[in-house]
Design a protein around this ligand. Sequence first.
Ligand SMILES: Nc1ncnc2c1ncn2[C@@H]1O[C@H](COP(=O)(O)OP(=O)(O)O)[C@@H](O)[C@H]1O
Ligand SMILES: [Mg+2]
Length: 372
Amino acid sequence: MADDRETRFGEPDDFREEVPEPLTTEDAPVADADLPAADSTPDAPAMGEEALQVEARAEAEAPTHGVAALFNRSRRGTYRAQSKSGGARAKGSGSRTKMVALPSDGIVPERDLYATPVLECRHLGIDFGGLHAVEDFNLIVGKTEIAGLIGPNGAGKTTVFNLLTKVYQPTRGTILLDGVDTHGMTPSKVAQAGIARTFQNIRLFSNLTVEENVEIGLHNQVRCGMWSSIFRLPKYWVSEHEFHKQALELLDIFSMADMAEITAGNLPYGAQRRLEIIRALATHPKLLLLDEPAAGMNPVETEDLMTNIRKIRDEFQIAIVLIEHDMDLVMNICEGIAVLNYGKIIAKGTPEEIQGNEQVIEAYLGSGAKGA
Ligand SMILES: Nc1ncnc2c1ncn2[C@@H]1O[C@H](COP(=O)(O)OP(=O)(O)O)[C@@H](O)[C@H]1O
Ligand SMILES: [Mg+2]
């Protein structure tokens, strides 16, 4: 049954060569701590000529059935992206990823089959008073998978991210990160173990420069002792130089190196969203969680974001889980999708399977299809 799950990323020869090792535990490397934050509410840039053209094309090409059609009706201007790809191991080549079923009721890209899944949630749940905000949440994410978590407003999507990052301790269930049980870990520990996230509302150090924001993420990558720092010994300057170099390299991924000196709060909205992703990446995560990364973006920015999410996965060979309202983005870049409604997963599968799923369509229609 799994063999006919052809989706868009790599072909079978894209396999990563890994020793077969299903769901075992092993020690995770140390990365960086959780980041404090300052909210900012920048204005979205005005839509230019190019964006309007893309928008017009989007309307013409919009799907006319299924979940994506529901969203396109309610969100005019959503860009229907062309499949862009590039890449090597976990690369998009324009063809669909082959998803394969695991014995434990999950699906992963075929290339990730023999690698420990970066994430496995088993019967995860949390209650807020009498509300089962998340219940019996089971999900497996492959080592280099781009996965989507969708569902109507209030479904529990952000709560899942808060559980994964230990903002909330689960009431029930288990979370394995790269095979390691995260039970009892603090937010900073789980960040060190390899989870990084961005937030539904942008959280940056808006008074610091772009580069400084990235360097905060890099902080644990280059270790420099207390005395070296206080007395500015040579090791301190080597570290500073290394931070600077790495920050610029990371910024370059999103063509933002020339913005390094700009105060983060002064960036246009789309650039702030990109910076937040770069800062998360600077912690060298194994799993990047993006909470509505396209929110407030115009169609051109959304298209760029889509390209950049693929680029991050291809270059860093990490897994990405995104919560997103924009169904075109989700259906275009996600390999596996889980749909949440009232805290429970009501469907899991490939984009094609999800788009045609009656329960999913019902869930969105039932809640007005206003946004995931
Ligand atoms: N800290 C909290 N205390 C009480 N209820 C909460 C808390 N966080 C989330 N919820 C509730 O959990 C449900 C899911 O919220 P959320 O995860 O933010 O939804 P989504 O991100 O899917 O829109 C909502 O009913 C919300 O009100
Ligand atoms: Mg949310």
